[in-house]
Design a protein around this ligand. Structure first.
Ligand code: AHR
Length: 526
């Protein structure tokens, strides 16, 4: 196996971290952090900052779609406050319509005049009535309004390959075809772009409980016949097909799909393999999203750090069949899954979002960045009102969650080049590593550093140096709050939000004072 030098550097740092942690560095000492700008790693694909919007609870209805006649300000039924907030995140792609919902979704129910749309039952999520008011054309309108790309999951569980192929024809064919004419009659003559196509969802579970071999036989057929006809989608713009992969650490699907891909014939191909892994500290999710203390903070951060080993485990299998890393690992469902908020419909997966969850998100983004050569796409679950959401809404009110701010702060890392970081701050009393960090250089040459201080009690002083380059300072934002379970609410929406932070020059490096339980992103000034 050929491991890039940059990764060797980080692995060495990780090993060093484990070894030195037992020596317990003085917690009051200044921690040395070293960036190796001379040995850049892979590009941190902006698609790791993707989102997931399923027909689930108020994720779509109320959260995104209010309808054109709503008193809530909207553009063609899509709420304007949510669109404005999401535009600031530069969301690269949005996975839709599910999730488990996708394998029972019939796209024809959601096109054409509003009055003619079918009302169906959302059997997966609380048996809610699905009005189908938000369908293909509304989804495309939504992603265009926020400047994102489509990631459409087709129905492999209860649909047919003909249905999925017809859906793609509707979305991507020229207006001279019958499918294109139908789309044009619904107001959209130009073909849509479908950048990513999910071939099923959790086919080992809600998507049909298929054996790996059975799924692989379906996969080949869907990968062959569900075509993208958009003439503009060639070369780098070509659609990427994502196969169902692992349920957490279970590797059967990874082995089966990768082996099939390795042995494939000319008629089908793949451009991604998915991984679903939630942070729930046990199953079913039972830990509260509010009013928790230090032990839940530690439990969840330790649990989420397992993402590192999980990706390494799957990457090892993928490297065996695909040493050139042609197939990206797509972590298209991740995030904290907590107990439903008391009083909410348990089928709607409503939970609060705390400072702890923001720290958890930053740690996962750091892990994805460290594996940028293999992890080239990810989708946090979910975008609005569901699980670890960016945004929560209540009728006309909207609140931005702590996780939202992490995604906004990390935006400079989109498509930036990974720079290896070496740091060892030891462990906090609870056994958590005290500090996690990544660095990257953006297309304009600016150097960015993200540092998470996991320690719930103690601030940390960091002496950040770039090998071979003197630094004159740093400026950025820090996200922290009074308590690990601090949240933003509709009545107090600004409790957890970023504030400015500066680093001062110190002997060619930059000295940073980072508060306990915080996430910081800074641009370094040479
Ligand atoms: O995100 C909620 C659900 O979790 C999705 O529908 C499913 O794919 C997963 O089990």
């Amino acid at each position: 196996m050929n491991m890039p030098r940059a990764n060797l550097f980080v692995c060495a740092a990780a090993l060093l971290g484990t070894a030195v942690a037992s020596a317990a560095p003085d917690p009051g000492a200044v921690v040395e952090l070293r960036m190796d700008g001379a040995h850049p790693g892979a590009t941190i694909d902006r698609n790791i900052f993707g989102q997931f919007a399923e027909h689930l609870g108020n994720g779509i209805y109320g959260g995104i779609w209010v309808g054109p006649d709503s008193t809530i300000p909207n553009v063609r039924g899509i709420r304007s406050d949510v669109v404005a907030a999401l535009r600031a995140l530069h969301v690269p792609n949005i996975r839709w319509p599910g999730g488990c919902f996708a394998d029972e979704y019939h796209w024809r129910d959601g096109i054409g005049p509003a009055a003619g749309r079918k009302a169906t039952v959302n059997a997966n999520w609380g048996a809610a009535i699905e009005p189908n008011s938000f369908g293909t054309d509304e989804y495309m309108d939504f992603i265009n309004q926020i400047g994102s790309e489509a990631y459409v999951s087709v129905n492999v569980g209860s649909g047919t390959v003909a249905e999925a192929a017809a859906w793609m024809a509707y979305m991507t064919s020229d207006a001279a075809t019958s499918a294109g004419k139908e789309r044009a009659a619904n107001g959209h003559p130009a073909p849509y772009r479908v950048k990513f196509l999910g071939l099923g969802n959790e086919s080992w579970g809600c998507g049909g409980a298929m054996t790996p071999d059975y799924y692989v036989s379906q996969l080949k057929i869907y990968a062959r016949y569900v075509r993208n006809y958009n003439p503009a989608q060639t070369g780098a713009q070509a659609m990427r097909r994502v196969a169902v992969g692992a349920d957490g650490s279970k590797t059967e699907y990874v082995e089966a799909v990768m082996q099939a891909w390795h042995d494939k014939v000319w008629s089908w191909d793949l451009e991604g393999l998915s991984l679903h892994s939630y942070t729930s500290a046990g199953w079913p999710p039972a830990h509260p999203s509010t009013h928790f203390g230090a032990s839940d903070y530690t439990l969840f951060l330790k649990d989420t750090l397992n993402m590192e080993a999980l990706i390494a485990q799957h990457s090892q299998i993928m490297d065996h069949y695909d040493p050139q890393k042609k197939i990206p690992l797509v972590v298209d469902e991740w995030g904290a899954w907590l107990a439903p908020l008391p009083g909410s419909n348990p089928g709607f997966l409503v939970q609060q979002n705390s400072l702890r969850d923001a720290v958890l998100a930053a740690l996962n983004l750091d892990i994805f960045a460290r594996h940028a050569d293999r992890v080239r796409m990810a989708n946090i679950a979910q975008m609005v009102n569901v699980l670890q959401a960016m945004i929560m809404t209540d009728h006309e009110r909207m609140v931005l969650t702590p996780t939202y701010y992490v995604f906004r702060m990390y935006a400079p890392f989109q498509d930036a080049t990974f720079i290896p970081v070496q740091v060892d701050a030891g462990q906090s009393a609870s056994g958590l590593p005290r500090v996690d960090a990544i660095a990257a250089r953006d297309a304009r040459g600016n150097l960015w550093l993200a540092v998470v201080n996991l320690d719930p009690e103690r601030p940390v002083r960091i002496h950040a140096a770039v090998a071979g380059t003197a630094m004159r300072g740093a400026h950025g934002q820090v996200l922290t709050a009074g308590e690990v379970d601090s949240i933003n609410t509709f009545d107090s929406p600004h409790r957890v939000q970023p504030t400015p932070i500066d680093g001062v020059a110190a002997a060619g490096a930059v000295l940073l004072e980072l508060p306990a339980k915080s996430v910081s992103v800074l641009q370094l000034r040479p």
